[in-house]
Design a protein around this ligand. Structure first.
Ligand SMILES: *[C@@H]1O[C@H](CO)[C@@H](O)[C@H](O)[C@H]1NC(C)=O
Ligand SMILES: *[C@@H]1O[C@H](CO)[C@@H](O)[C@H](O)[C@H]1NC(C)=O
Ligand SMILES: *[C@@H]1O[C@H](CO)[C@@H](O)[C@H](O)[C@H]1NC(C)=O
Length: 381
């Protein structure tokens, strides 16, 4: 705890030293960095300051402008949003747009200062509302120096942004459990204290498969619940946690000796190792929810639903290759358990990776997109 307190104090002094005077603003400056506000209404370039009681926080919006179905009332923050058109539109709807941050992990303060200055410049020139950190590499142990470097740069960057404008939002992507998922033994308590909230990525939970090497669900609610409880047990309260869930699924090739695509439910998959574990979801490939539903329709596939997890899956034989595939995904019904959990336990919020993994080009796709957004809204109180 001593170390954390010390780190939180450091940025204030170093900031005064490093921050160029043009960035030290009390009020918003529309022509900062000589980039003019591109929105018709220049007030739309300001960092949003509206408070939200439940974050509906997700990634991506590349197709936000196509078709009906993209529901602005079902989003509060779009991470990795791109383009000033998006910023103008999102801000007019009261939705934040935030950028990715990839900091150097080092004790070289000059490199850290440079990163922070670049980040601030990018915030101001693109009219972003904040950033999200998403480092996912393994560390040797909780004592690995990389953990100290990560916490340090996250703390300093957050302090710098908040000193310019307290409305900048800073989040950090966390594994689905704090306990060494994929070797990510990070200092989650320090990190949670250093940012506004953690986005807990409750997906790819089969990144390391320790039991039967078969296809299964990407985001089973029971595991998400266990992960959140483990964050709580580690000392991180629910109002610091946004539950992330997938709007994509996995397609696995079934390698069973005998498999009846019309009836078989257990799909054995090839052993593809990940970080020291011989079986993983790397045997499959990620497919967007909208595309998966189109596969269901074009193959007229029968969708099963696992009775324990309430998660849909189906088999089909690929026309081109003749290979047998099983696809596991999440839909509005399977994700309802996640949203209920978030609402009933007062989590900071919920939201998908990614908002734009929906089909807005067909009537069926638009209808299913609406179901996905409508379900997401029920996470809010
Ligand atoms: C905003 O910043 C620009 C560039 O630094 C400067 O020329 C301009 O006077 C500033 N505007 C206000 C209102 O402070
Ligand atoms: C520290 O980082 C700066 C900026 O990236 C670099 O120029 C310098 O060589 C680094 N110092 C050391 C000791 O690596
Ligand atoms: C993983 O696979 C390799 C190669 O087949 C094998 O040598 C090793 O024993 C396996 N490890 C475990 C833990 O099963």
């Amino acid at each position: 705890m001593c170390r954390t307190a010390l780190l939180l104090l450091l940025p204030v002094t170093s900031l005064a030293r490093l921050l160029p005077s043009e960035y030290r603003l009390s009020d918003f400056n529309h022509t900062l960095g000589s980039v003019d506000c591109p929105c018709d209404d220049v007030s739309l370039c300001e960092v949003l300051s509206n408070e939200v009681s439940t974050e509906l926080f997700g990634f991506g919006s590349s197709n936000y402008a196509s078709g009906p179905g993209f529901d602005w009332s079902a989003m509060t923050t779009i991470a990795w949003g791109e383009g000033t058109d998006l910023v103008c539109k999102a801000h007019s709807e009261g939705v934040r747009v935030i950028a990715a941050a990839s900091p150097p992990l080092t004790d070289n303060q000059t490199a850290i200062d440079e990163f922070i200055q670049e980040t601030i410049k990018s915030m101001q020139q693109n009219f972003y509302d904040g950033i999200t950190f998403d480092w996912e590499s393994p560390v040797d142990s909780p004592d690995d120096p990389l953990n100290t470097y990560y916490l340090d740069v996250v703390s300093q960057t957050t302090a710098a942004l908040k000193s310019i404008n307290p409305n900048y939002q800073v989040s950090l992507c966390a594994a689905w459990s704090p306990f060494g998922i994929d070797g990510r033994w990070y200092d989650y308590i320090g990190l949670a204290n250093a940012v506004d909230f953690l986005y807990v990525m409750c997906y790819d939970v089969r990144s390391q498969i320790f039991d039967q090497c078969v296809a299964s669900a990407n985001s089973p609610i029971n595991l998400c619940r266990k992960g959140i409880e483990e964050f709580n047990a580690a000392g991180i309260p629910n109002d610091k946690l946004v539950l992330g869930m997938p709007w994509y699924g996995y397609r696995y090739e079934c390698v069973n000796d005998v498999f009846d695509p019309k009836a078989s439910k257990t799909c054995e998959i090839a052993q593809v190792p990940f970080r020291g574990v011989n079986c993983s979801d790397a045997a499959g490939s990620e497919i967007a929810y909208g595309s998966i539903r189109n596969i269901v329709r074009s193959y007229d596939a029968e969708v099963f639903r696992d009775g324990y997890m309430n998660v849909p899956f189906f088999n089909y034989v690929d026309e081109g290759s003749g290979k047998i595939y099983q696809i596991w995904y999440d839909d509005a019904e399977s994700l309802q358990g996640h949203y209920d959990f978030v609402r009933e336990n007062g989590l900071r919020g919920a939201g998908p990776y990614r908002f734009d993994q929906v089909d807005l080009d067909s009537d069926d796709g638009v209808e299913e997109t609406k179901e996905m957004f409508d379900a997401l809204k029920t996470a809010a109180n």
